[in-house]
Design a protein around this ligand. Structure first.
Ligand code: SF4
Length: 62
């Protein structure tokens, strides 16, 4: 299971990840993406798609 992080220095809050994969990502009160539940990533490929679609490459799998 990957450990998913969003780099706050890179995230521009575009909302794309939350649109692609709302089970895993949401836009927080600070206007940046945050990980809701990385376990959802096991059941869905959308988190990889979200990572690959992020315009600033802020989403990392470790
Ligand atoms: S797609 Fe990338 S830049 Fe856009 S909200 Fe998600 S993490 Fe931030």
């Amino acid at each position: 299971m990957p450990n998913i992080t969003v780099d706050p220095d890179l995230c521009i809050g575009c909302g794309l990840c939350a649109e692609i994969c709302p089970e895993v990502f949401e836009i927080g009160d600070d206007g940046q993406a945050q990980v809701i539940d990385e376990n959802e990533c096991d059941q869905s490929d959308c988190c990889s798609e979200a990572r690959d679609s992020c315009p600033t490459e802020a989403i990392k799998f470790e």
